[in-house]
Structures are given as structure tokens and as C-alpha cells.
Design a protein around this ligand. Structure first.
Ligand code: AMP
Ligand code: MN
Ligand code: MN
Length: 323
């Protein structure tokens, strides 16, 4: 999208759609959940059938968000014409088992900020300069909808989540301006930070301790990684959403240019998270079947854990040595 191109949500919705479905990605983060709920809450003021979907459980830290209980993890299209909004998804694989059914809907609107977005929609509103999908949703809604407290709270969670509480490189003056408008609607930044960043269950801190125990470096010290598996999650009675943010500890080490987090599942499939200080890590993630942003990206790779680690480290080493 071109942030400057005029886009009118009301005229898009005037196309006689009986059902509006909003979808977001597996392993949902604050941007995925917050931007979906903000859009749903806004559209519900005028349209009856608005539903939100995610092919995964919603992490409990987001349970304070208005409407979060309406998320569904299976999708059965209703009678009549259906329009899908797909939020914060660089590709349809991010919708896992829902992707194929979504493709059969009458109109697909793809709203996203990933540089690797595959433009799978009938309408693609992609702005990779936006720090979050929430920022794009804010711009879309602000013309036509009353941004009440509930919508503002959802948008603030989306924006603060993808900017790491306004400290990542993607934070722009516009991000701050939007955040200021949301605070004017009554959003309390301390309350939100406590909920989504600063408070966690005991299991998370034990899990972090175990994960830090697996820290390794390559011979240059520029690449470092940690790895956990499902057996460890079971031992700590933790869920995979608690791993969110662990990769930052790896990236934050002084010598490190790329920090990597491996989560080996029971199904010979590894979820890989990348964080970079300098190089464009989205290119590596995309080449490995995933996607993301220049400084934060991810992919899922099938295979034995040690093989996956080897392939990933080779790809990242090659990228770093290219400079
Ligand atoms: P994470 O490390 O899970 O916080 O993800 C960092 C970024 O990479 C986010 O923008 C995700 O949307 C993206 N990402 C993570 N995993 C994948 C994947 N399997 N496919 C595409 N993008 C991904
Ligand atoms: Mn996301
Ligand atoms: Mn996002």
C-alpha cells in the first residue's frame, strides 16, 4: 500500500458481502491479535457477521483484549458471499489448514507490513514501511470509524508489540504519533506493558533458564543460537507461546550480529526465529520457506533437529560473509 494512496473501507464493504471473516497467522503475536480485533470491533458496529480466526490458541497474556474470546480456530464458511481480511500474514501458509478454504472466498483483502509478502490477495494493502499491521489498520479506520477505547487498546497492543515497546528500528515519528492518539482515547501504557511484556508465569522463567543453558556461538562470535524442544516444554509445563522473545537474549549479546532460536517439535519440524542487528535476515528466512522483516524473521523447517540447525547456520554464515 502506499500509505498515501486513498483507500476507502466503506466502499469496499459496500460490495454486498454477507459475511466478513478476519484471519491472522499461526503462533499469533500482539500485532496479529490486536490488529484483527481492532478491525473486527470496528466492523461490528455496522456489519452483523464479522468473525475472527487464527489457526492456533491465543496466548493467555492477551486475554484482556476486548473480543479475544471470539477467536475461532476452525473455519467453516457460512452461506452467502464472504469477504476475507488476512492480517499480518506474509503468505497463506501462515494460515496453515485454513489457507485453502480462505482461497475459495469471494474476495481476499491482504493487509500486511512484511517485506516478504507474497501478494496473494485480490486486494493487497502492503506497506513494509509500517512498523506493524496495527499501524496500517489505524490509518484505514481513522477516516470512517469512531476509534473508541476498545479499538484503541487493540491497536496499541498491536503497535507496541511489533515495535518492542517503541524501541526497535521500525519505530518512526508516525508510530509515536499514532500511539499518542491512542493514549488520548484512554489507553494506559503501563497496564498494557504489564500484560504483554513485563509479567510472566513462573514456568517462563524456568524455561528461559533452560534455554540460556543451550547457548552456542559460531567461530566468529557473530552468530549465536539457543534451542529447546517439546520435551522441555512438557517438563516445565509451559506452552510454546512462552518462548516468545527468547531470541532477543541471543541477539542482544554484544558480538552477535544474528541471533537464532530453534524450537524442535515432536513432529520432526523446527520453528526457527531470527533476529539481526545489521544484515537482511528476511532474505534467509524467505529462502528457507518462511518470511519476515529485515531485522526479525522466521521459518519452519522439516527434518532432524541437527540437520535443520546445520542448514540454517550455513545460510546465515553465507549471508554474513557476503557482508
Ligand atoms: P518470531 O521470531 O516468531 O517473533 O517471528 C519474527 C517475524 O518473522 C515475524 O514478523 C513473523 O511474522 C515472521 N515469521 C516467523 N515465522 C515465520 C514463518 N514460518 N513464515 C513466515 N514468516 C515467519
Ligand atoms: Mn505477526
Ligand atoms: Mn506484524
Amino acid at each position: 500500500m502506499s500509505g498515501s494512496k486513498p483507500f476507502n473501507l466503506s466502499s469496499l464493504l459496500a460490495g454486498c458481502y454477507d459475511n466478513i471473516y478476519i484471519f491472522t497467522h499461526v503462533r499469533p503475536d500482539g500485532d496479529a491479535i490486536g490488529s484483527s480485533l481492532a478491525l473486527a470491533n470496528a466492523l461490528k458496529t455496522e456489519h452483523k457477521n464479522v468473525e475472527v480466526f487464527c489457526p492456533d490458541v491465543i496466548p493467555s497474556r492477551y486475554s484482556f483484549l476486548p473480543g479475544v474470546e471470539t477467536f475461532q480456530d476452525s473455519f467453516i464458511p457460512k452461506e452467502g458471499k464472504g469477504m476475507a481480511f488476512i492480517l499480518d500474514c506474509s503468505d497463506l501458509r501462515r494460515l496453515e489448514y485454513m489457507g485453502e478454504k480462505v482461497l475459495r472466498l469471494d474476495r481476499i483483502v491482504n493487509i500486511d507490513h512484511h517485506v516478504t509478502n507474497e501478494k496473494f490477495g485480490d486486494l493487497n494493502l502492503i506497506d513494509s514501511s509500517a512498523a506493524s499491521t496495527g499501524e496500517i489498520i489505524y490509518r484505514i479506520l481513522q477516516n470512517d470509524y469512531e476509534l473508541n477505547y476498545e479499538i484503541s487498546l487493540c491497536l496499541y497492543v498491536a503497535i507496541s508489540s511489533d515495535t518492542g515497546s517503541f524501541k526497535y528500528e521500525n519505530t518512526t515519528p508516525q508510530t509515536m504519533e499514532i500511539a499518542a492518539r491512542l493514549l488520548e482515547k484512554g489507553v494506559n501504557p503501563f497496564y498494557v506493558s504489564q500484560k504483554i511484556f513485563d509479567e510472566y508465569p513462573v514456568s517462563t522463567i524456568f524455561l528461559l533458564r533452560d534455554a540460556l543453558g543451550t547457548l552456542q556461538f559460531d567461530e566468529t562470535g557473530k552468530i549465536a543460537w539457543m534451542a529447546v524442544d517439546d520435551a522441555l516444554l512438557r517438563k516445565r509445563q509451559a506452552n510454546s507461546a512462552e518462548l516468545d522473545g527468547f531470541v532477543n537474549y541471543v541477539k542482544n549479546i554484544e558480538s552477535v550480529e544474528v541471533g537464532i532460536f530453534f524450537h524442535h517439535t515432536d513432529f520432526e519440524e523446527t520453528k526457527v526465529g531470527f533476529r539481526s542487528k545489521t544484515v537482511d535476515i528476511a532474505s534467509v528466512a524467505h529462502a528457507l520457506g518462511g518470511g519476515g522483516h529485515p531485522r526479525a524473521a522466521g521459518c519452519t523447517i522439516k527434518g532432524r533437529p541437527e540437520e535443520v540447525v546445520k542448514i540454517v547456520l550455513q545460510s546465515v554464515s553465507r549471508l554474513i560473509s557476503k557482508g
